[in-house]
Design a protein around this ligand. Structure first.
Ligand SMILES: NC(=O)c1ccc[n+]([C@@H]2O[C@H](COP(=O)([O-])OP(=O)(O)OC[C@H]3O[C@@H](n4cnc5c(N)ncnc54)[C@H](OP(=O)(O)O)[C@@H]3O)[C@@H](O)[C@H]2O)c1
Length: 314
């Protein structure tokens, strides 16, 4: 059987580096299941590794994509119970392909009331938000999130409120996000409103930052010293300098927490994620066929986008 996939054989700018390729499927390794993919989203977390940011950890050639949803078509042993089930095939091969093999223990069954377009996005951003909130709790605190138009910040902001944050401010780049933030109980703030950002930072005990650069420096310069600054992304492409007398900076990356999440705890975490996703407004999707992956990446890179590009495999 032939499989089509979006593959990288070297590191570089995703549109210049990724290639659409076809190859014969091999046999399934013991302990794995094979999943016929339906949807896989385009996330920041899928494109950053292609640039070479984590080159010491990636063996080439590699298939792009970290998450998605599909149906189990091949399994053995205890995993035969999963045949025909809709699952998230996680922590195995890249997901921007028609067939994904993954360890049966980490495949996550999708509840019937969660549709494919939501299920496909249920891992990297929701899990990152959940883990950040567990490790840097917002209860009883004023909180600031940056890149507030992003899915990850959206989950952080909404779930921080659920976890008892007294106020959540969302700093956005494109004004198109402001009304949606306000409707979700988040105080919207433009990233150009320097005075208001400094005031929000003075009151903030936790900041979850995905931008880095000048905005991170501004927030750190105004935050109380006992505050916690959680850095989980660098969307601006610019680093920031750590200065004495400023709050502690915590570097969060989801992979650093996965080793301490055995299969049972992993499955349990998804129980929480499904429960929260059912009640968390999030962006809609724009579908692109897998052969049109370049259009999907270009769409992803458009500023002020309000939907998530998702690759549809059929
Ligand atoms: N550390 C981890 O484990 C982990 C896990 C998951 C996600 N992340 C990070 O979380 C961040 C968001 O990911 P996502 O998938 O949720 O994003 P997303 O939904 O695709 O949204 C991207 C957002 O970033 C904003 N943005 C892009 N470039 C920006 C810049 N230079 N300055 C300010 N804002 C900018 C965009 O604003 P506009 O609307 O103005 O275009 C958009 O709102 C990424 O940095 C990703 O790497 C980290």
């Amino acid at each position: 059987m032939v499989n089509s996939a979006v593959v990288y054989r070297c590191f570089g700018e995703p549109l210049m580096t990724l290639q659409y390729e076809h190859s014969e499927l091999g046999s399934l390794a013991a302990g794995n299941i094979r999943v016929k993919m339906r949807f896989a989203p385009v996330n920041a977390s899928d494109l950053i590794p292609v640039t070479g940011a984590y080159r010491h950890r990636i063996t080439l050639p590699a298939t792009a994509g970290y998450e998605g949803v599909g149906v189990v078509t091949e399994a053995s042993g205890d995993a035969v119970a999963l045949l025909g089930q809709r699952v998230l095939p996680l922590r195995g091969q890249g997901t921007w392909q028609q067939y994904v093999d993954c360890p049966a223990a980490f495949a996550v069954a999708v509840p019937t009331d969660i549709d494919d377009s939501l299920a496909a996005r249920a891992w990297i951003n929701p899990m990152a938000a959940l883990l950040m909130l567990q490790h840097f709790p917002p209860a009883g605190k004023q909180v600031v999130v940056t890149a507030a138009g992003s899915d990850c910040a959206g989950f952080l902001a909404q779930w921080a409120r659920l976890s008892g944050a007294t106020r959540v401010t969302g700093i956005y780049r494109s004004a198109i996000h402001a009304d949606r933030l306000a409707a979700n109980g988040i105080t919207p703030l433009a990233d150009t409103a320097t005075d208001a950002i400094q005031q929000a930072a003075r009151d903030a005990e936790v900041v979850y930052d995905a931008t880095g650069g000048a905005l991170a420096a501004l927030l750190l310069s105004a935050m109380p010293r006992h505050g916690q600054f959680v850095s989980y992304g660098l969307l601006s492409g610019q680093p920031f300098t750590l200065r004495q007398g400023q709050p502690a900076v915590h570097w969060f990356h989801i992979r650093n927490y996965l080793d301490t999440l055995p299969a049972a705890a992993w499955q349990q975490a998804f129980g929480t994620i499904w429960a929260r996703l059912r009640h968390s407004p999030c962006a809609g999707v724009s579908l692109f066929g897998l052969p049109q992956w370049q259009d999907a990446v270009r769409f992803y890179q458009t500023a002020g986008r309000t939907t998530r590009p998702v690759l549809a495999m059929d």
